[in-house]
Design a protein around this ligand. Structure first.
Ligand code: SF4
Length: 223
């Protein structure tokens, strides 16, 4: 069993201890159509658990909503960002502020609709004043993302920004060095690119981001 599925299973076992009776995690990376309802059901249960999660005191005190993730549960492509911002916290949805609008344009430039992909963050609750997530908060929250990835089983993960890339790859290598390569996340191809918020501040870097997205598209078409 891969590390990702092992950790997802451990996490789901803690849900069972909390009284969750039934949850399904596919054991194969092959997407059998008959598992769709099971996977959808498991994601719904996982989302319910996240919505009532109180593991991070400071974040719980300051949040308006838990931003679990949204999109197509059969997606072949998942975008993973850092944490919700103020607009995301207000609406309960990931990437809906200015950076989110740019992400939508990036997705559309690839020839997809936003509904074709799945979008999530490492942290499900907004850090106050958009400060960086703390190590304990990452440790608390990452199992939700691990379980999301295990349930959706995308072909490609696109990590948006240094924080998501370094968290998923368990490294402190700068994003500038992580870009331009295809990484492996427990058998899933992972491409790192800049966070859309960074691209809003540094529009001259959009060309590099587009190169990254072309790499993502090529991987999706190859498999
Ligand atoms: S950030 Fe994650 S672990 Fe922390 S309270 Fe929110 S949902 Fe729970």
């Amino acid at each position: 069993m891969s590390d990702a599925r092992y950790h997802a299973r451990l996490f789901l076992e803690t849900l069972r201890e909390d009284g969750v009776e039934e949850i399904f995690i596919p054991l194969s990376h092959k997407k059998a159509s008959q598992t769709r309802d099971d996977r959808e059901g498991s994601l719904i249960i996982l989302r319910k658990e996240a919505l009532r999660c109180t593991k991070c005191d400071e974040l719980v005190r300051n949040r308006h909503s838990v931003v679990f993730g949204s999109g197509n549960i059969k997606a072949e492509l998942i975008f993973v960002g850092e944490a919700p911002g103020s607009e995301e916290d207000r609406q309960g949805l990931p990437f809906v502020g200015r950076a989110g609008q740019l992400l939508t344009k990036m997705i559309e430039a690839m020839g997809f609709r936003r509904d074709d992909v799945y979008i999530a963050n490492v942290l499900k609750c907004r850090p106050p004043q958009n400060r960086s997530p703390k190590p304990q908060e990452i440790e608390n929250c990452e199992p939700y993302l691990t379980a999301q990835l295990a349930l959706i089983q995308p072909k490609v993960i696109c990590a948006l920004g240094a924080f998501a890339a370094q968290t998923l790859l368990k490294t402190d290598i700068p994003i500038s060095s992580l870009r331009g390569k295809t990484h492996d996340y427990h058998g899933i191809s992972l491409i790192c690119t800049f966070h859309p918020a960074y691209l809003l501040r540094n529009p001259e870097e959009k060309r590099k981001a587009w190169e990254d997205l072309k790499k993502v598209k090529a991987l999706l078409e190859k498999k």
